[in-house]
Write a protein that binds this ligand. Structure first.
Ligand code: GLY
Ligand code: MN
Ligand code: MN
Length: 439
């Protein structure tokens, strides 16, 4: 029998927190369907973040029904035990095992979801469910709600209204608990150590894929289940593609390498980017752009404090990047004119920050009531300014074409200021030049 890796009281406490937020309602969360990779091979399975967040249950074919204050309150619908399938694909908990190991009030075969849920929804006023992400399951929800309406026929109340469950659970996820902070610290630390191993193995002629493999090996050797998102290992001008996916080119001396990669440990991920020279030495223009970007990144990190609004971070970034772009003759004109005409966007098209947690772009609103949200203790966010100059940009000075740089760290907001969870990955020029290419 498999044992859950995370103590189940973690999940029970989260459901209890949610209880206060949705009296009279029910929440329905379903597992993502398994995806075919090719012929009869599936992509490796990773549970839906919100379902895992509230149950710790990681099998496909699962649904959670949660009805605060009613009996049963928490119900898991799961795949039944099946000796034949388990011989091929491995252990399943089944309803009995789910009930025994996951601290829910009841567990049933997934086949009974529609009938039982129709009945159990008679007692609630509305449901929370993430519509339009799974057409097949949306149809099941439609049938279930029609079933409930049929059961309450003479009440005149019609079909239960559906509210989006994503922002609801996002509000729970946005402030990290001590357990979550400890796990995120581990994920960031494991990610940082793996980045160092990638730096050591970098030299001209090595393939991007080889370095991707080293990252995977090093994080898994330290207990990570997988990478938290597709790693970006981008040499030379490949680094100007923001989410470069190919990772299959040989590295060239004289180029920079951008590595954006994070380890997922117990469903929490790091998200770190480092940029460094393939040959182990920055040339003068690379060093100049890098040092300016690093100084800017460090100053933005210093501004991550309680009460600062999210949009301030982007404002500081744009201000700093415009000065950088003017200094290296990428853009000409006054800072104010450049800010207004948005020419900087061509070289910096993304935001400087996002929440980080179980998803790399984690849940939680960055705006509240139409205003940018203030930072609070327990939020974890990235700080990731960058500059990307396309190889074919004839308006850029020739020596800058094909340069792509990003520096990204994972920052916890604390009472006493920013805490950098990913500081284990070096980023000073002197440190990088000591490590890169030295196994
Ligand atoms: N790795 C994706 C991001 O930095 O947002
Ligand atoms: Mn990021
Ligand atoms: Mn990243």
């Amino acid at each position: 029998m498999r044992k859950p890796r995370v103590p189940i009281n973690v999940f029970r406490e989260r459901r209890d927190q949610l209880k206060q937020m949705i009296p009279g309602s029910a929440l329905i969360l379903r597992a993502h369907p398994e995806q075919i990779r090719n012929h009869d091979v599936h992509h490796s399975y990773r549970q839906d973040t919100n379902l895992f967040y509230l149950t710790g249950f990681d099998e496909p074919g699962t649904v959670l029904l949660y009805r605060p204050g009613l009996t049963p309150e928490s119900v898991l619908f799961v795949r039944v035990k099946d000796q034949e399938r388990e011989t091929w694909d491995g252990f399943r908990y089944g309803p009995e095992g789910a009930l025994k190991n996951f601290g829910v009030d009841a567990a049933y075969p997934i086949e009974e979801f529609e009938k039982l849920t129709s009945e159990w929804l008679v007692a609630v006023d509305k449901i929370y469910y993430n519509l339009f992400t799974d057409e097949m399951f949306d149809r099941k929800i439609a049938k279930t709600l029609l079933g409930t309406a049929a059961l309450r026929r003479r009440s005149g109340r019609g079909i239960l209204p559906i509210y989006d469950s994503y922002p609801l659970i996002g509000e729970l996820r946005v402030i990290k608990s001590p357990y979550e902070i400890a796990t995120l610290k581990k994920a960031a630390q494991v990610s940082a150590e793996a980045h160092v191993e990638v730096m050591k193995a970098t030299r001209p002629g090595v393939n991007e894929r080889h370095l991707h493999g080293i990252f995977l090996k090093e994080i898994m050797a330290r207990g990570a289940a997988r990478e938290g998102y597709g790693s970006i290992v981008a040499g030379g001008s490949n680094s100007t593609t923001l989410h470069y996916v190919f990772n299959d080119q040989d590295l060239k001396g004289g180029d920079l390498l951008l590595v954006d990669a994070g380890a997922e440990v117990d469903y929490y991920t790091g998200d770190i980017t480092r940029t460094f020279p393939v040959s182990g030495r920055f040339n003068p223009i690379q060093a100049k752009v890098y040092q300016m970007l690093l100084d800017l990144q460090k100053s933005i990190i210093q501004s991550v404090k309680i009460g600062v609004v999210f949009s301030k971070l982007q404002e500081l970034t744009i201000h700093g990047l415009i000065e950088l772009m003017r200094e290296i003759n990428l853009l000409k004109g006054s800072s104010e004119a450049l800010r207004m005409d948005q020419k900087w966007r061509k070289y910096y098209p993304h935001g400087v920050s996002h929440f980080l947690g179980s998803d790399v772009h984690d849940a939680g609103r960055s705006e509240v009531d139409g205003e940018s949200r203030r930072l609070e203790v327990g939020m974890v966010l990235t700080i990731e300014p960058g500059i990307y100059i396309p190889q074919d940009d004839l308006s850029a000075p020739e020596e800058l074409r094909g340069l792509g740089l990003r520096i990204e760290d994972d920052i916890l907001v604390t009472e006493s200021g920013p805490e950098n969870l990913s500081q284990g990955a070096p980023k000073e020029i002197v440190d990088l030049e000591k490590i890169v290419g030295k196994p």
